[in-house]
Design a protein around this ligand. Structure first.
Ligand SMILES: Nc1ncnc2c1ncn2[C@@H]1O[C@H](COP(=O)(O)OP(=O)(O)O)[C@@H](O)[C@H]1O
Ligand SMILES: [Mg+2]
Length: 282
């Protein structure tokens, strides 16, 4: 679909194959961390039919992307002010119609999202699990795909399956897909994240001739669950963590990697409308 929609700000898709690995948690906290670096950030719930990002952020469902697609309002009218200064586009939960969008509607959503991106320095999307048409469409359109997985074998298998499907989709469309990067969630530390990455990247290299790098890792932490219960991003929680390996520092490190990757993307494509921030210093 859609050749015309052109994102004016880098579009980062947080996805991951399996459900429950931490995509929504990561997308929300990454967006807040990017905003804290001075970037005007739009966070979109692109888990279109079972959207729950607003629940995690303590927002009301309000106007949803679905209402905009039905023509009841503009997509811009759906934007809500989220925590930490981010803007949020909320989705619908339990909408069968959103679970089976036709190609034209999906194309329209992308075109409108691309138009909205003019107002931002970066757009972060939280995707559904699986390799359905939305995920593949969004993934092949993103400037950066973050594949979230835990070290569990089934999550890693689904992360591989997702990378494989994205590579095939991009190839079928003649698109140049930047190699997706991994985020290892719920690990005990850097070592477990690196070991899991070596394994997964090895399989990807062997069968797909792609070697995803480790963009970041997040420890398994009861504070992540506590924050979710309080319906607030953990990056905004006060209090001391470990030295450099707490979940907040880890998300900040991931945000720096995203800025670096997207900054290069912007420099090489010349896209992006007057970013309010110098990407090399953000
Ligand atoms: N690093 C972590 N440590 C502990 N719990 C986590 C961590 N990351 C995610 N979780 C918990 O795992 C569950 C699933 O997370 P969620 O972000 O909704 O996953 P997904 O969007 O991939 O389905 C939530 O209860 C969340 O609080
Ligand atoms: Mg989710």
């Amino acid at each position: 679909m859609s050749s015309h929609a052109h994102f004016r700000a880098p579009f980062v898709l947080v996805t991951g194959g399996k459900g429950g690995v931490g995509k929504t948690t990561l997308a929300a906290n990454l967006a807040v961390a990017l905003r804290a670096k001075g970037l005007r950030t739009l966070l979109c719930d692109l888990d279109l039919a079972l959207a729950d990002l607003h629940v995690l952020l303590g927002l009301a469902e309000g106007r949803t992307i679905e209402m905009a697609l039905r023509g009841e309002c503009e997509l811009a009218d759906c934007i809500q002010a989220g925590p930490g200064g981010i803007d949020v586009l909320v989705g619908s939960n339990g909408s069968a119609a959103m679970a089976r969008l036709d190609d034209a509607t999906r194309a329209r959503l992308l075109t409108e999202l691309a138009r909205l991106s003019e107002r931002y320095d970066i757009v972060v999307g939280d995707s559904a699990a699986g390799i359905g048409p939305e995920v593949l469409e969004l993934g092949t359109r993103a400037d950066m795909v973050l594949v979230v997985t835990t070290p569990d074998p089934t999550a890693a298998a689904d992360a591989y399956g997702l990378v494989k499907a994205l590579v095939a989709e991009a190839s079928a469309r003649g698109l140049d897909l930047p190699t997706p990067e991994l985020v290892l969630n719920q690990v005990s530390g850097a070592r477990e994240a690196e070991l899991a990455t070596v394994r997964l990247a090895g399989v990807c290299q062997r069968f797909l001739s792609r070697s995803p790098r480790l963009a970041g890792w997040i420890p398994r932490s009861p504070r992540v669950l506590d924050a979710a219960k309080r319906r607030a991003p953990f990056v905004l929680a006060s209090g001391k963590e470990g030295s450099g390996s707490g979940e907040r520092e880890c998300v900040e490190r991931l945000a720096r990697r995203v800025v670096l990757a997207c900054g290069r993307e912007m420099a090489s494509t010349g896209s992006g409308a007057n970013p309010s921030q110098d990407w090399r210093t953000a």
